[in-house]
Design a protein around this ligand. Structure first.
Ligand code: ZN
Ligand code: ZN
Ligand code: ZN
Ligand code: ZN
Length: 269
């Protein structure tokens, strides 16, 4: 190896050693994250960031509202872009809150909320009283059928399926893995049924559900069609679902082993 090459190599090694030291040091840095929020609206600062002549930094939407006077100095001022703060907020990376559920994303601090609104690792929760299980929908399905022994028949979309619905919860598993929780409770008039779609983000897929209940002797049939409520079940079963009443005549069994046959059609929208 020539002397010149040797020298370059040493410089390169020294450079990467410095870089390593910086990264190692960064792992030790603590920071008050509130400093990264706009002091006027408390939302995270994101470029463009503006500062008054004294140096108070604000976000661009607050800048649009308080052009002439600084919120802090309360004196007329001129705002300028604050590139240093912009570089800082762009360089700060944080972990997604769903790290425990497998999300390894490192997100720019000001994009954390947006990421988490759509994070595919966001959990759903077990609605059973006294059970604190949470996890992605696939894990939740294992939990529902394994721990609680809830029946979990598969459904094909846009097709009327005849399904036995059990007292308490029955889990319908869509062909693409979506979970639907059918809940039946007994009331004096018969079985009261609700259906909700279990998914981590209420902004996710939407489904229409058609329920039918019928018998031939005596002749009876009824149908109801509605958009299913989406929920991550964080607060348990939603209280505001549409309710479908199955007359007592169409219930089989007694008490906790009561069942009924329902026609169910789930259609993605
Ligand atoms: Zn602001
Ligand atoms: Zn100021
Ligand atoms: Zn995430
Ligand atoms: Zn549970």
């Amino acid at each position: 190896m020539g002397t010149q090459q040797q020298q370059q190599k040493e410089e390169g090694e020294e450079g990467s050693a410095v870089k390593r030291r910086k990264v190692a040091a960064a792992a030790d840095v603590t920071m008050d994250l509130e400093l990264l929020d706009c002091p006027v609206c408390f939302h995270p600062l994101r470029p463009p960031v503006f500062q008054c002549t004294v140096g108070h930094a604000i976000c661009s939407s607050c800048h649009d509202k308080v052009l002439e006077k600084c919120h802090f100095c309360a004196v007329p001022t001129v705002y300028n872009r604050c590139y240093m703060v912009e570089h800082v907020v762009e360089s700060i990376k944080v972990s997604c809150s769903n790290g425990n559920y497998g999300c390894t994303a490192r997100i720019t601090y000001y994009q954390k909320e947006d990421h988490e609104k759509g994070c595919p690792y966001a959990p759903c929760f077990c609605p059973e009283t006294g059970c604190s299980f949470s996890g992605q929908t696939a894990m939740l399905l294992d939990h529902f059928s394994g721990k609680h022994k809830w029946h979990s028949p598969k459904v094909v979309y846009s097709k009327a399926m005849r399904i036995r619905i059990h007292m308490g919860s029955t889990v319908l598993v869509g062909e693409d893995g979506h979970l639907f929780l059918v809940n039946m409770i007994l009331e004096s008039l018969g079985g009261v049924i609700s259906v909700c779609n279990v998914q981590p983000h209420i902004t996710g897929s939407k489904f229409k559900c058609k329920l039918t209940s019928s018998c031939s002797e005596p002749s009876f049939s009824q149908a109801m069609e509605f958009q299913t409520r989406s929920t991550n079940l964080y607060d348990g079963l939603p209280k505001d679902c549409f309710l479908f009443l199955v007359p007592k005549l169409l219930l089989r069994g007694t008490g906790a082993s009561t069942t009924t046959m329902l026609g169910v059609t789930l259609t993605p929208q």
